[in-house]
Design a protein around this ligand. Structure first.
Ligand code: DAH
Length: 333
C-alpha cells in the first residue's frame, strides 16, 4: 500500500488525541479510573480497534502495531500524570480543610470534684472494706423501735434527751443516728457480722458553726464468737491511723445505752485532745433483742460524725460551708 496513513492508523491517532484530552479534563480519581477502563481496559476502545488488525494485510501489521504501542504509551502516561496531579490536589485540599490553628483558644471543660464529705466517706469505707467489712445502709425514716427501743433505749430513757428527735406525723421519726442500721442488719443476718454503714442523720439542733440539723455518720458493727474490747481498740486504732496518720489516741470511759462498756475516743490533734467517735461492746440486751445468744456471741460497735472528720482534716471552721455549695470553697478540695 501507499504512504497514506491507513484508516486504522488514523483511528488510533484520533483515539489518542481524544483520550488525552478526556484524561486531562478528568477532575476526580474515579473519573480517571473510568477513562482508564474505557480506553485501555480489556474491552476498552484500544482493544476494540486492535481487534480489527487481523483484517489488515500482513505487511501493514507491524507498523500499525508500533502505532498502537505509542498510543497506548501516551494514554498510560497521561493517566499516570493526571493521577499524580489529582492525588496531590486531594491531599492539598485535605490539608487545607484539616489545618489546626494552634493559636486558637482551647475548649475549656470544667472538672468535677468529690465533695469533701464524700471524700471522707469513701476513704473510711475503703479502710473498713480492707479490714473485711461489708457496706450496708438503712432508711432515713425509722420507727422508734429501730432508732431507740431495740438499741436498749426505752421511751422513758434519759439518753433520749441526748438526741433531740424529729418526729413525723405518722409516728415514725427521722433517724438520729446510724445505729439503727445495727438492728436491721442483725435481724436480717447471722454472725459473724462485720458491717459498716454510712448515712444521713437528723437532729433538732440549733444550727450554728458546729451543729447542723442534718449531718452524716458512719456506723461500725462486728459480732462474732469471742470478740473483746481489745478487738474494738485494735480496729479503731488502725482506722484512725489510716485516716489521720499516726497520732496519739485515747479511750475515755463513757456511756451509750446500746454498748457496755462504752467509750469515747479522743485524738491528739494540733496539741489538743479532740473527741472523734463513740464506741463500745454491744450491750447483751441488744443482742437478745435481735435473737442472738449473748452467751455465745459478743460484738463491738462504733459511730462517728463525717462532718467532724472533714472539719478536722481540712481545717474547716464552720460546718455550714459543707452544705452551701459555694464553689470557691469546694474547689479547694
Ligand atoms: N450513735 C451514737 C451517736 O450518735 C454514736 C455511737 C456510739 C455509735 C457508740 C455506736 C457506739 O455504735 O457503739 O452519738
Amino acid at each position: 500500500m501507499s504512504n497514506q496513513p491507513s484508516n486504522l492508523e488514523t483511528q488510533l491517532l484520533e483515539l489518542r488525541d481524544q483520550g488525552e484530552s478526556a484524561i486531562n479534563a478528568a477532575d476526580t480519581l474515579e473519573r480517571l479510573e473510568e477513562l482508564r477502563v474505557g480506553y485501555l481496559g480489556k474491552k476498552g476502545q484500544l482493544s476494540v480497534l486492535l481487534g480489527s488488525m487481523g483484517k489488515l494485510p500482513a505487511e501493514e501489521r507491524p507498523k500499525i502495531g508500533a502505532v498502537a504501542n505509542t498510543v497506548k504509551e501516551a494514554l498510560q502516561n497521561g493517566l499516570d500524570k493526571q493521577r499524580v496531579a489529582l492525588e496531590s490536589a486531594k491531599i492539598q485540599a485535605q490539608l487545607k480543610a484539616e489545618t489546626i490553628d494552634v493559636t486558637m483558644p482551647g475548649i475549656f471543660s470544667t472538672q468535677g470534684r468529690v465533695h469533701p464529705l464524700n471524700g471522707i466517706i469513701d476513704k473510711a469505707l475503703d479502710i473498713f472494706v480492707g479490714l473485711g467489712y461489708t457496706v450496708a445502709s438503712g432508711s432515713e425514716m425509722e420507727s422508734d423501735y429501730y432508732n431507740f427501743e431495740a438499741l436498749n433505749t426505752p421511751p422513758d430513757h434519759p439518753a433520749r434527751d441526748m438526741q433531740d428527735t424529729f418526729y413525723l406525723p405518722d409516728g415514725n421519726l427521722l433517724r438520729t443516728h446510724t445505729s439503727s442500721v445495727q438492728i436491721r442488719y442483725m435481724e436480717a443476718d447471722e454472725p459473724p457480722i462485720r458491717v459498716v454503714a454510712p448515712g444521713r442523720v437528723y437532729r433538732r439542733d440549733t444550727v450554728d458553726a458546729t451543729h447542723s440539723a442534718v449531718f452524716h455518720q458512719i456506723e461500725l458493727l462486728a459480732v462474732d464468737e469471742g470478740l473483746t474490747f481489745t478487738d474494738l481498740k485494735g480496729t479503731v486504732k488502725v482506722f484512725l491511723q489510716e485516716m489521720f496518720g499516726d497520732l496519739p489516741i485515747r479511750f475515755r470511759a463513757s456511756y451509750f445505752p446500746f454498748t457496755e462498756p462504752s467509750a469515747e475516743v479522743d485524738l491528739q490533734w494540733n496539741g489538743r485532745w479532740l473527741e472523734v467517735m463513740g464506741c463500745g461492746m454491744v450491750d447483751p440486751n441488744v443482742l437478745k433483742t435481735v435473737g442472738y445468744d449473748p452467751e455465745v456471741y459478743t460484738g463491738f460497735a462504733a459511730g462517728f460524725g463525717v462532718e467532724r472528720f472533714a472539719m478536722v482534716l481540712h481545717q474547716i471552721d464552720d460546718i455550714r460551708r459543707l452544705y452551701n455549695s459555694d464553689l470557691r470553697f469546694l474547689r479547694q478540695f
